[in-house]
Unconditional design. Structure first.
Length: 395
């Protein structure tokens, strides 16, 4: 299982964060545990059982989407609900002729990939989406291109060739004032990924990818939501909404002197806040503890949890924070935009939850020396606060 610790060990832990992340590519060959992570059998089941419309499921060839009508037909049931039904023979023909298959947001519909995405989110502190890519020929599905987010690629079947060209514009964004220029010359790296290999690419790095090794290829790409200086500034503005200087109307019809005074007052507020040496830490804590995570219902328990040891629960947000308040004999769990205060005796049970692994009420009670009914009440409060969900019933 690729949990946070596994990702840290695979990518290089603190060294990766300090020296590689957002800076340069990294190819880690070998031993990633991809057994059971994702397979062609999984892909077949998903395509056959889900109603997947482009762009969620799509075929791409030479940088262009293959028209849906070439491999699917419109279907309508007796209640007039319409969707596109994949036609396997036509679907296979497109792939045989060089199209690449893309399935977006696999983490939403495949538990093992979802757990891996959550583990990477815990390690890197940002939201993660996992897409699956499959190719059968040496034709490029997307051509030479760059992404507006960092990616971690895990090869799960076959081989794939990656030609990396570096960036031609530092830290390009989706909404930018200019586009990066197409790179010239030879690639800076020419890599063939085999099963278990991992590749990290920062956003903006141009790359071309082909399945030219004589075998079909299946890989997962984990894309990370970027957090830029512009995002930090938006957060600062939100924090300053209590300031009178930022609440006042813009004096567009007053004198230049009054307009200058208005801007000066705003600038002073922003500069004072940015003088805080711990500003980035405060921002990180804020986005971590307000992230809603991946909400999951807790059926059949719609009116609190019974005191049953076998009920299994897990936290649904990957970046909650637990703070001890020694002077008050309490601990505070901050997650999903809410702060929950509990007696300090609950700390071991809450720490067990925050690992992200599923845990039973009985195990939580045992590690904290609490009664199961007390743990059930604690967890019920966190379910109401959209922080925890039942993932295994005791029925």
């Amino acid at each position: 299982m690729l949990d946070a610790a596994s990702w840290a060990g695979r990518l290089g832990g603190d060294t990766f964060l300090a020296q590689t992340y957002h800076r340069s590519y990294a190819h880690i060959p070998g031993t990633a545990d991809t057994a059971g992570l994702f397979s062609f059998d999984d892909l077949n089941r998903i395509i056959a059982s889900q109603r997947l419309e482009p762009p969620r499921l799509r075929l791409s060839l030479d940088g262009e989407m293959v028209p849906l009508h070439r491999y699917a037909i419109p279907t309508t049931n007796r209640r007039a609900v319409s969707w596109s039904r994949i036609q396997p023979a036509e679907f296979h023909a497109q792939l045989k002729d060089g199209a690449s298959l893309v399935l977006d947001s696999v983490e939403k519909i495949h538990p093992a990939v979802g757990a891996a995405a959550e583990g990477l989110e815990r390690f890197l502190g940002t939201s993660v989406q996992a897409n699956a890519y499959a190719s059968w020929t040496d034709r490029e599905g997307f051509g030479l291109h760059w992404d507006d987010h960092d990616v971690v690629v895990v090869q799960v079947h076959g081989s794939k060739r990656w030609r990396l060209y570096g960036s031609t514009r530092e830290a390009p964004t989706f909404r930018d004032v200019e586009s990066p220029e197409t790179p010239e010359g030879d690639p800076v790296a020419d890599i063939v990924l085999s099963p278990g290999d991992v590749l990290y690419l920062p956003r903006g790095w141009w790359h071309a990818v082909t399945a030219d090794q004589g075998t079909e290829s299946l890989h997962l790409t984990f894309g990370m939501v970027p957090h830029t200086g512009a995002d930090l500034m938006l957060w600062i503005v939100d924090q300053l909404r209590s300031s009178l200087a930022l609440r006042k109307d813009v004096p567009r019809f007053l004198s230049l002197t009054e307009q200058s005074d208005f801007v000066g007052a705003m600038r002073l507020e922003v500069l004072n806040m940015m003088a805080d040496s711990r500003l980035v830490e405060r921002w990180a804590e804020s986005i971590d503890t307000t992230d809603l995570g991946h909400l999951i219902p807790s059926l059949p328990y719609v009116d609190g949890l019974p005191a049953q040891r076998g009920i299994t629960v897990k936290v649904t947000t990957s970046r909650g924070r637990l703070t001890a308040n020694g002077a008050h004999g309490t601990v505070t769990l901050s997650a999903a935009g809410t702060a929950f205060d509990f007696a300090e005796s609950a700390e071991p049970a809450l720490s067990a939850l925050l690992t992200g692994a599923p845990v039973t009420l009985g195990d939580m009670a045992d590690c904290a020396g609490l009664e199961v009914k007390d743990v059930a009440e604690l967890v019920s409060a966190l379910i109401e606060g959209h922080v925890v969900a039942v993932v295994g019933t005791a029925l």
